[in-house]
Design a protein around this ligand. Structure first.
Ligand SMILES: *Cc1c(COP(=O)(O)O)cnc(C)c1O
Length: 422
């Protein structure tokens, strides 16, 4: 590889997915396309999204309530447009996935069913420094059941002087707490370090310990390949506005393994949209859950945000998720090469990549610990048209996304840093 514009442009020429960039609105900075590297925070808008939303606005204008059944995409079953496509993205059966609510809400709803502490088994194992919303959800669930968060929540941390969590430390924490463990709840990919966890092994270890395994896939869905069904993950949830490009605060998704669908002993908070479709509109008083993930739905569907979700998933479908993963790895390798090259040409190391480098241990995101002039470099990147993310005390997170980022974006990012340093 070479850290040159010409080489990056050559990689773009050869990229079979290069046309997909034109399907997105690229934010503008200084009169030209920004180098947008925050698809891990908010994915860009597909140009088709407006038309998908307009369709539903038109049906609403022309049909009023009749849009529920006579719309082009009848609203009463709008959510049924998603399971086929989502199942390919998270690796499961279509009956195991449903688009509903938002992420933190879904995490709570799933914990109602899957965190069922008893006097002896009440602990939750999670990653240290999980996303704050997840920490708050866990703490409040534990307190709701009458336990002490400080006692019930066991965090697995990186070792002294390290940034990512060693896999063996996760497994040994599960082993150590196995007699008190109710739930293992990890991120699929940590939002701060970009570390992807071995969900298959964590699930198997949780089950061996007699516990349930759930994952927050906010940074994994649409980013890394997964096989949630085959791995026997019990439940998972994610948002759709990061790698899934489905609009700010857009409708989220959940996975519930089919082994749980008919389990009547699972508590759940019920709503009419989870009720048997045949008799839903008879408005009866006894709840009869749909025997699929849909049985966890509460409310009728938010059609406008779902239209944005559909627009984006159609782009994913067309591009092919495996193709996206292939390009993602190439972009990532190129980024790591560029950063290594910058370090090698400076007298002092400028940046340290804290994201693991192994293919199975990361997705798009690379987190860079800035060793020299971090904030100054970041501010100058922003001045020069890069959109990236700064996390205190000194980490820059960037995520070249295969649908709309180019190898040239990666080169430009590196080039701006080089110019600042010289
Ligand atoms: C982005 C993110 C959230 C955000 O939650 P919302 O309910 O969508 O606001 C929660 N958890 C994780 C791990 C995230 O990365």
């Amino acid at each position: 590889m070479e850290n040159t514009l010409q080489y990056a442009q050559q990689l773009d020429q050869q990229d079979p997915l290069k046309e997909y960039r034109n399907r997105f609105h690229i934010p503008q900075r200084n009169g030209q396309d920004a180098v947008y590297l925050t698809g891990n925070s908010l994915g860009l808008q597909p140009k088709a999204t407006k038309g998908y939303i307009q369709q539903e606005l038109d049906d609403w204008a022309q049909l009023g309530v009749e849009g529920h059944v006579h719309g082009k995409n009848p609203w009463v079953s709008y959510h049924e447009l998603f399971p086929q496509q989502l199942s390919k993205i998270v690796g499961c059966l279509p009956t195991e996935v449903v688009a509903m609510n938002q992420l933190s809400v879904n995490l709570h709803l799933l914990m109602v069913s899957f965190y069922r502490p008893t006097k002896h088994r009440y602990k939750i194992i999670c990653e240290a420094k999980a996303f704050p919303s997840d920490q708050y959800a866990l703490q409040s669930q534990v307190a709701f059941h009458g336990y002490e968060p400080a006692d019930a929540i066991v965090e697995v941390s990186p070792r002294e002087g390290e940034y990512t969590i060693r896999h063996e430390d996760i497994l040994s924490a599960i082993e150590q707490h196995k007699n008190e463990l109710a739930l293992v709840l990890f991120g699929g990919v940590n939002y701060y370090t970009g570390q992807a966890f071995d969900m298959k092994a964590i699930t198997a270890a949780a089950h061996d310990a007699g516990a349930v395994a759930g994952f927050d896939l906010a940074h994994a869905a649409g980013n890394i390949p997964m096989q949630l069904h085959d791995w026997e993950v019990d439940f998972a949830c994610w948002c759709s506005y990061k790698y899934l490009n489905s609009s700010p605060g857009g409708v989220a998704g959940v996975f519930i393994h089919n082994k749980h669908h008919k389990d009547k002993s699972l508590p759940r908070f019920a709503g009419w949209w989870g009720h048997n479709k045949e008799s839903r509109f008879k408005m009866g008083s006894s709840f009869e859950p749909i025997p699929t993930a849909e049985g966890w739905q509460l409310s009728n569907v938010p059609v406008l945000t779902m239209a944005a979700h559909k627009a984006s998933l159609d782009v994913f479908e067309e591009a092919g998720f495996e193709n996206l993963v292939t390009k993602s790895r190439q972009l990532s390798s190129y980024l790591l090469f560029v950063l290594d090259e910058i370090n090698a040409t400076q007298t002092q190391q400028v940046t340290q990549v804290i994201t693991p480098r192994g293919e199975a241990e990361k997705g798009c995101q690379v987190s860079m610990l800035m060793l020299e002039r971090g904030r100054e470099i970041f501010d100058e990147l922003i001045n020069q048209g890069v959109i990236a993310d700064w996390r205190e005390p000194n980490v820059i997170r960037i995520a070249p996304v295969p649908l709309y980022n180019s190898f040239e974006d990666v080169w430009q990012f590196g080039d701006i840093i080089k110019k600042i340093l010289s």
